[in-house]
Design a protein around this ligand. Structure first.
Ligand SMILES: O=P(O)(O)OC[C@H]1O[C@H](OP(=O)(O)OP(=O)(O)O)[C@H](O)[C@@H]1O
Ligand SMILES: O=c1[nH]c(=O)c2nc[nH]c2[nH]1
Ligand SMILES: [Mg+2]
Length: 163
């Protein structure tokens, strides 16, 4: 991403929990899944909620870092999927559920998909460039919007719209 996003989409814990539950209702129609793979770190929070709702106890991580605040750099895979979970997916990811908080440019999603092409990929929020990468999502926001997650934010004074 070159310019920082213009619009802000703040998400509260309550809203995030509701959106994760809504995501799970959709995933329940698609499963069952052998295991969940959370894309860390953002995917850990929705993965916990989805796992609770679907009764899934096997949870693995793919650890990827790329953003320094709003600027994306090179993707860095710090940890891949474990051998046990890869086996459950028969090598192609079939029957596995990948969960992330959002897809933006789709770079992270594309990389994870290349590791497990037959897995089901779910994200809570999607921007237009990343949307084709996900099988299931809940809310779409425009590409020039930055989503502010509750674990990154705190309550603060906002100046009135009309100064
Ligand atoms: O579609 P993309 O443009 O690739 O962006 C989406 C990814 O960016 C964020 O993760 P980030 O790399 O910031 O790491 P984090 O989850 O640890 O915050 C977000 O959680 C997604 O995983
Ligand atoms: O907190 C975040 N909000 C976003 O909109 C976003 N896009 C990529 N990575 C992101 N992280
Ligand atoms: Mg992430």
């Amino acid at each position: 991403m070159t310019a920082p996003p213009e619009k802000a989409f703040p998400v509260s814990w309550d809203q995030f929990h509701r959106d994760c539950r809504a995501l799970t209702w959709r995933l329940n129609e698609v499963g069952p899944f052998h295991a969940i793979i959370a894309i860390t770190r953002g995917g850990l929070v929705p993965a916990a909620i989805v796992a609770r709702e679907l009764g899934i106890r096997i949870i693995d991580t793919v650890c990827i870092a790329s953003y320094d605040h709003t600027r994306q750099g090179d993707l860095n895979v710090l940890k891949g999927v474990s051998t046990e979970v890869a086996k459950l997916g028969g090598g192609s990811g079939k029957g596995l559920l990948i969960v992330d908080d959002l897809v933006d440019t789709g770079k992270t999603g594309r990389l994870v998909r290349s590791m497990m092409p037959d897995a089901h990929f779910a994200a809570v929020y999607a921007k237009p460039q990343g949307k084709p990468l996900v099988d299931t999502f809940i809310t779409e926001v425009s590409q020039d919007t930055w989503i502010h997650f509750p674990w990154d934010t705190a309550l603060s004074f906002q100046p009135p719209i009309r100064p």
